[in-house]
Design a protein around this ligand. Structure first.
Ligand code: MN
Length: 502
């Protein structure tokens, strides 16, 4: 995946001067070891640096201000090795903008029952030191991740890693630019929303362009670059004979390649991380971009069809969360159902734009008619998706606030689809079709989603916490009656939220 920054996390360890210099040196040595272990942990996607043992209010405030000002710091990991009176942390944490994770751990895994004395007790006090810290975090209404367990335990490291994935996506969204070619699909509701509100809440900006700006970039593409890209297509995909050099429709593939090169150049020149298109506004483009969008998604760009900038931003975020994993993440749309005896199953797809990172096997590069948009037949990759556990995530704008909705699903096998000329995934929903669909519809979830094999709902939950937006999870434990109550309570809680914060 291209264009994914690699920020770091900073481990800050709390203590105080009550114990003298000897114990503080030991605390620092332990803290360095823990930071190095987290840094090396295979389940942590980001480097972890040791940011020091902090023992005074001034040190703490300086460390927090420095972390906030550091563009390469994605967040803090806090741990109170000894007791660290928490009023010392108010100045640092009250204004902190970066996300933080409270790692409730201790240096020794095993209690040395035979050897334990009061020196040991004084040194290893996280059991109560972290409670003092936790009280203050709660008192400050700080939304944070709390993870309890031994730092060397792979399960603990995996949970820190999940949070780090969310923190990395958040870091990536701050200042991220989304290019929007044309406007929204006419009359559509769920893809609309408050772009100013989204920039305030999530940190990304949506910048509109006439499709003519893109057309100019596409027309400037030179033939040598098109030839090279045609070769790359033939290396990566099973190209339909009619599209190959010498084939009767080869010119259509060249048009598709030109659109990809123009779009790629436009996004690179503007430093965009996501984009939208709309089939209703293609003036001057010969085809609806299909292949181009698919390949840009595979390179890590977020995408939303029909002007859907919220899903474009969300897909970019989920792709950053998924970085380093290889099962795949795609733009998706719930398209149609199999409600027969082998179902219920959902067939997910789109007109063209499904990301080949989720493909099982080698995609086919084909050309078919598209009944929508009134343009020339577009080239596209056609494939079946992998199978296995996955999620669908939606971001909606309820007017007063944003809501994330996630459904845990299982992608499954299906009969061949010889006449369906688009890429597709088929899944079953947890806990079951009716509950999941009714819950999704009650929650207002969109038909466009980010679909991922690489990210679980825990990572989305961490992201929702960092973004401070409402999250609705539909999983194996969901009961519709409880979920509807949760939605009603959510209206009250989130409606009053401003009043609850200090
Ligand atoms: Mn759509």
């Amino acid at each position: 995946m291209t264009q994914v920054p690699m920020p770091h996390l900073l481990l800050l360890v709390g203590s105080q001067h009550l114990y003298g210099p000897g114990p503080l040196e030991q605390v620092a040595s332990h803290a360095r070891e823990v930071a190095a272990a987290l840094d090396a942990a295979p389940d942590l996607p980001l480097p972890v640096r040791f940011g020091g043992v902090l023992t005074t209010a001034n040190e703490i405030q300086r460390a927090c201000l420095a972390a906030d000002a550091d563009p390469n710091c994605a967040g803090l990991v806090l741990w109170m090795h000894t007791f660290s009176p928490a009023r010392m942390w108010i100045g640092g944490l009250a204004g902190l903008r970066k996300p933080f994770c409270h790692l409730h751990t201790q240096y020794h895994r095993d209690l040395p029952w035979d050897a334990i004395d009061m020196d040991f007790m004084n040194l290893h006090q996280a059991a109560h030191g972290d409670r003092e810290a936790g009280f203050l975090h709660t008192r400050l209404r700080s939304t944070r991740k709390v993870i309890a367990g031994h730092w060397a335990d792979p399960a603990v490291q995996r949970r820190v890693g999940d949070w780090a994935r969310a923190a990395r996506a958040w870091h990536d969204l701050q200042g991220a630019r989304i290019a929007r070619f044309g406007d929204n699909m006419r009359h559509v509701a769920v893809t609309e929303g408050d772009k100013v509100g989204a920039q305030v809440r999530f940190g990304f900006s949506v910048e509109g362009y006439g499709v003519g700006d893109l057309v100019a970039r596409v027309r400037a593409v030179d033939d040598a670059a098109v030839n090279e890209l045609i070769d790359a297509y033939q290396d990566a995909y099973d190209v339909a004979p009619e599209l190959r050099p010498g084939g009767e429709r080869h010119e259509s593939l060249r048009t598709g390649a030109r659109i990809e090169l123009g779009l790629r150049a436009f996004l690179a020149e503007g430093d965009f991380r996501a984009f939208t298109t709309t089939f209703e506004d293609l003036h001057g483009l010969d085809q609806l971009p299909g292949l181009a969008v698919q390949r840009l998604m595979a390179d890590g760009f977020g995408f939303g069809a029909e002007g859907d900038w919220k899903t474009a931003a969300l897909l970019r975020a989920v792709k950053v969360m998924a970085a380093g994993r290889d099962r795949g993440t795609s733009f998706m749309e719930d398209y149609t159902y199999d409600l027969g005896p082998d179902g219920p199953r959902v067939l997910g797809s789109h007109m063209l734009e499904v990301c080949p990172t989720i493909a099982e096997g080698r995609p086919r590069l084909e050309i078919h008619a598209l009944g929508i948009g009134g343009k020339a037949d577009p080239v596209r990759l056609v494939f079946d998706a992998k199978t296995g556990p996955a999620i669908n995530v939606s971001l909606i704008d309820l007017g007063q606030r944003f809501r994330l909705i996630v459904n845990e699903v299982d992608a499954v096998g299906h009969p061949p689809l010889p006449k369906l000329p688009v890429a597709r995934a088929v899944w079953t929903c947890r806990p079951d079709f009716a509950t999941a669909c009714e819950a999704w519809i009650h929650a207002g979830g969109a038909h466009h989603t980010a679909f991922s094999f690489d990210v679980g709902s825990d990572v989305i939950a961490d992201f929702a916490d960092i973004a401070d937006v409402e999250l609705v999870v539909i999983d194996a434990d969901t009961r519709l009656r409880d979920l509807r109550r949760e939605l009603r309570h959510g209206d009250v809680v989130h409606g009053l939220r401003g009043g609850f914060r200090d």
